[in-house]
Design a protein around this ligand. Sequence first.
Ligand code: NAP
Length: 275
Amino acid sequence: MANTCKQDKGNIGIETHNQLIWPFANAPADFYALRGMMKKAIVIGASSGIGRELSKILFRNQYAVGIMARRIDLLLELRNEMSNDVLAEKIDVSETDSAKEILTNFIKKMDGVDLLVICAGTGHLNEELDWTLENETIITNVTGFAAIANVAVKHFIKNGSGHLVGISSIAALRGGRESPAYNASKAFESNYLEGLRQKVVKLGLPITITDIKPGFVKTAMAQGDGIFWAADADKAAKKIFNAIKRRKSSAYITRRWRLVAWLIKLLPGFVYERL
Ligand SMILES: NC(=O)c1ccc[n+]([C@@H]2O[C@H](COP(=O)([O-])OP(=O)(O)OC[C@H]3O[C@@H](n4cnc5c(N)ncnc54)[C@H](OP(=O)(O)O)[C@@H]3O)[C@@H](O)[C@H]2O)c1
């Protein structure tokens, strides 16, 4: 049965449904019909941290999921935790030309996408202002982010609907001496998403653009001594999923970070620069 399905549905990359869980485990005959009705989501930066947890939540909520990042071994591990139906593909968003092409082909492989989440991002504590680190951050979080968002939004405009989610940061709100490129790159992401939102609203299309601004989340990315109110990655992912379901324009993760955001924005420059 699995082999037959593979031949019949090779175009959507299904290899087997052996590992399928509810609601399909006992209803293989209906699977492909139902799969056509499932919402499709791609998570870029799914190999660890927030993206990994969010991918699992989307899968549990009956999305057909595609996962992307550079560390393909981790993606395959994650796929094993979910199902062989999950498509996994290597992408390096900092290689913008090839990344755009890889994503475009991946969307075709998935026969379209309804929700695309950009979790891919990098950042370093960079007291020495090492240019290699600053540059890597800018190429990944600015050029890479914009390239991916560009492919996604054009796909949604062509299709007439869709949902793009970017994970910026509370760091987007002000500059940061420990990693100037990181804060600036997150400000770019937030601003870029706002521009795209204004564009799709003007077009009158039912396309949602969500800017997620986490505070601290316990992942490899959260570095340094001054970490507080750090949420577990799975908790952060649950909150992000809620924001996705509610089609919010922006959300602080967790909600208490709204208070920090309010304070940060309020501080006059001459106070902020001395912190
Ligand atoms: N953790 C926090 O406290 C925090 C707070 C605010 C915002 N954020 C943001 O949340 C997002 C997710 O980070 P995280 O906390 O979950 O950290 P993480 O575990 O380090 O995840 C980062 C993800 O980005 C992917 N990635 C990095 N560079 C990439 C590239 N060039 N091409 C493709 N994928 C790339 C990584 O995969 P590969 O290495 O396998 O490619 C990984 O899956 C980031 O944008 C981060 O800035 C995090």
